[in-house]
Design a protein around this ligand. Structure first.
Ligand code: NAD
Ligand code: WQD
Length: 335
C-alpha cells in the first residue's frame, strides 16, 4: 500500500512517515524544503531501517505531481505541505494564500485525474477561532482570525464541496491541537531557525541558552494561573492518529472531521515548571503583555476521534518535555 505524504520531512510529516513505515506502508514523500532539511530523509531511514522515496519539489507544481502519480501507484495521500506561521501569515497573506491553496488545488486536481480519491488533510484547531465553551467539539462554529487559519478553513470547504460533487472521495480532516515533543531516538523533532513563534521551541532555546528568557504572553487570563491554556499533544501520538485516519479512509467513503488532542489543558506556567522538573534545567521567564490574537484557553473534546477512529493519545506532558529536550540536546551535542 503506497501513501504519498506531502510535506513529509517537516515536523509532523517526518514522525508520521516513521509510523507509516513501521506499519509496513510504502511511502513516497514530496517536499520543497521551504521549512525542512533533506537530511531528515536519512534520519527517517535510520530510525525505521526502511527505504522511503523522496521527490524534491513544490506541491503547487502539477508537473512534479504528475510525475509522482505516473511513477507510483498511490492509494492515498496525507497532505501536510503548508506554510504555518500565524504572525507571518498576517504580514504576507498573499504568500500564504498562494502556497497553501495552490498546493491543495494542484494536488486535488492531479489526484482526481489519477483516480486517487483518498486524502487525509492537516487542519488545525485554529479553525475554531475563539470558542464560546470548552472542551471544543467538532461541530462547533468555525471562524478564523488570521490568514493562515483562513487557508485551513477554505481548504476544509473545498474538500467538502469536492465530496458533495463526487461521493467516491474518502476524506479525513484532522484538526490538530498543539503538537510538541519529538521521536524518542532524538533524530527528528522541531528546531525552527531564528526566534521561534511557538512555546515549546522557545522554551528549548532558553534551556540551551540560545535565548536568555522566555516571554510569557500575559498572566491575567481567566485560567487556573492566569497564563494561556492549551491542549499539547505528543507528536508521536499525533502521527499515530494519521494511521487511524488512513485506515478509516481506506475502509469508508465520505468526509469527516476529527479533533486530535489529548483533551487536557495545561497552562504556560505548568508546561514551564514540568519542563524544568523533568529535565533538571532552569527556564528563566518574564511576564509580558498578551500576544495579539491569543485566546485564553483551548482544549479538545476527543470523544469523536476515539469512537470513530479508535484514537487516544497516550503520552503525557512529562514525556513531551523530555523528548523535546532530548532531541535538541542530541542536535546540539549537549549532555
Ligand atoms: P512543517 O513546516 O514542519 O512541515 C511542513 C512541510 O511542508 C515542510 O517540510 C515544508 O518544507 C513543506 N512545504 C510547505 N509548502 C510546500 C509546498 N508548496 N510544496 C512542497 N512542500 C511544501 O510544519 P508541521 O508543523 O509539520 O505542520 C504540518 C501540517 O500540519 C501543516 O499543514 C500545518 O499547517 C499543520 N498544523 C501544524 C500545527 C503545528 O503546531 N505544528 C498545528 C496545526 C496544524
Ligand atoms: C501556546 C501558548 C501563548 C510563545 C499556534 C497556532 C495554531 C497552531 C499551533 C498551526 C499561548 C504562549 C507562546 C511564547 C508564550 N498552529 N506563549 N510565549 O498560539 O496555541 O497555536 O500553534 O496550526 O494555529 O496559532 O501555540 O505555542 O504559539 O502558544 O507565552 O514565546 O504559549 O500565549 O498561550 P498557539 P503557541
Amino acid at each position: 500500500m503506497k501513501i504519498l505524504v506531502t510535506g513529509g520531512i517537516g515536523y509532523i510529516g517526518s514522525h508520521t512517515v516513521c509510523e507509516l513505515l513501521d506499519n509496513d506502508y510504502e511511502v513516497v514523500i514530496v517536499d520543497n524544503l521551504c521549512n525542512s532539511k533533506k537530511d531528515v530523509v536519512n534520519k527517517i531511514e535510520e530510525i525505521t531501517k526502511k527505504q522511503v522515496k523522496f521527490y524534491e519539489g513544490d506541491v503547487c507544481d502539477k508537473k512534479i505531481l504528475e510525475k509522482i502519480f505516473k511513477e507510483n501507484k498511490i492509494e492515498a495521500v496525507i497532505h501536510f505541505a503548508s506554510l504555518k506561521a500565524v504572525g507571518e501569515s498576517v504580514e504576507k497573506p498573499l504568500l500564504y494564500y498562494r502556497n497553501n491553496l495552490d498546493a491543495t488545488m494542484s494536488l486535488l486536481e492531479v489526484m482526481n485525474k489519477y483516480n486517487c480519491k483518498k486524502i487525509v488533510f492537516s487542519s488545525s484547531a485554529t479553525v475554531y477561532g475563539k470558542p464560546k465553551t470548552l472542551p471544543i467539539k467538532e461541530d462547533f462554529v468555525l471562524m478564523t482570525t488570521n490568514p493562515y487559519g483562513t487557508t485551513k478553513l477554505v481548504i476544509e470547504n473545498i474538500l467538502k464541496d469536492l465530496y458533495i460533487s463526487d461521493n467516491e472521495w474518502s476524506i479525513a480532516v484532522l484538526r490538530y491541537f498543539n503538537p510538541i515533543g519529538a521521536h524518542k531516538s532524538g533524530l527528528i523533532g522541531e528546531n525552527p531557525n531564528g526566534i521561534p513563534n511557538n512555546l515549546m521551541p522557545y522554551i528549548i532555546k532558553v534551556a540551551t541558552k540560545e535565548l536568555p528568557y522566555l516571554n510569557i504572553f500575559g498572566d491575567d487570563y481567566d485560567t487556573k494561573d492566569g497564563t494561556g491554556v492549551r491542549d499539547y499533544i505528543h507528536v508521536v501520538d499525533l502521527a499515530k492518529g494519521h494511521l487511524c485516519a488512513i485506515k478509516k479512509i481506506l475502509e469508508e467513503k465520505g468526509i469527516d472531521y476529527y479533533n486530535l488532542g489529548t483533551g487536557h489543558g495545561y497552562s504556560v506556567l505548568e508546561l514551564v515548571k514540568t519542563f524544568e522538573k523533568v529535565n533538571n534545567v532552569k527556564i528563566n521567564y518574564k511576564i509580558v503583555n498578551r500576544r495579539p490574537g491569543d485566546i485564553d484557553a483551548c482544549y479538545a473534546d476527543c470523544t469523536y476521534a476515539f469512537l470513530k477512529l479508535g484514537f487516544k493519545a497516550s503520552k503525557g506532558i512529562e514525556d513531551m518535555c523530555i523528548d523535546s529536550y532530548n532531541f535538541i540536546k542530541k542536535q546540539n551535542n549537549l549532555k
